[in-house]
Design a protein around this ligand. Structure first.
Ligand SMILES: *[C@@H]1O[C@H](CO)[C@@H](O)[C@H](O)[C@H]1NC(C)=O
Ligand SMILES: *[C@@H]1O[C@H](CO)[C@@H](O)[C@H](O)[C@H]1NC(C)=O
Length: 186
């Protein structure tokens, strides 16, 4: 093999190996330093997301845990998912918008709840909701537990968009890298 081919091939092999080990549930230390876990905004301004314990990253079967930080003014999309979700607010404050009328054709005007440091709340299955950091100065940091991972999210443009028109996002942004559709399902 000539030297000019060898270097690119080596890079390819190294990057394939790196991706395989990042997405492999084998050999992950039991005790992990959260500061050293992969963290990204996954294309969403003002967000920092860390999958603390995940289905695709760590082989979790029943629950998944995220640590998320929302910069002042940033928010989640209006969305729903058919899993339970528990929030613990570690820092900051903001607003939870929650529409519990999932039996209607569209979410409708949501209830507004103030959320604050040391508060906790949970989102019932399929209830449309949005978390908004309304604080002008402080980050909002939440620890999130969801059931039935990996999450399948339905996104709404507004509160009067019909449930049937909500756009499905699966795999969700932070699951994309390690999600592989089994070949026999294609
Ligand atoms: C965890 O990681 C952070 C950032 O790399 C580091 O500063 C800290 O010392 C680590 N903690 C331990 C106990 O290793
Ligand atoms: C959160 O609650 C714990 C337990 O009551 C308390 O020790 C802690 O000081 C509280 N933190 C804040 C920021 O209120």
């Amino acid at each position: 093999m000539s030297g000019s081919y060898f270097i690119p091939l080596l890079f390819l092999l190294l990057s394939v190996t790196a991706e395989a080990s990042f997405c492999s549930t084998k050999g992950i230390p039991l005790v992990r330093n959260i500061s050293e876990l992969p963290q990204s905004n996954y294309g969403r301004g003002g967000l920092s997301h860390i999958t603390v314990a995940g289905s695709l990253l760590h082989g979790m079967k029943e629950v998944e845990v995220w640590l998320q930080t929302f910069a002042p003014g940033s928010r989640t999309p209006i969305h729903r998912h058919s899993c339970e979700e528990v929030f613990i607010v570690l820092k900051g404050s903001g607003v939870l918008y929650l529409a519990s009328s999932s039996h209607e054709k569209y979410p409708g005007k949501p209830h507004e709840y103030s959320i604050f440091s040391n508060s906790t709340f949970h989102i019932p299955v399929n209830d449309v909701h949005q978390i908004w950091n309304t604080n002008k100065d402080e980050d909002l940091q939440v620890l999130v537990v969801i059931s039935r991972p990996p999450v399948k999210v339905f996104i709404y443009e507004d509160w009067i968009m019909p449930h049937t028109a909500a756009k499905m996002k699966f795999p969700y942004y932070w699951d994309e890298e390690c999600f592989h559709t089994p070949k026999d399902e294609l």
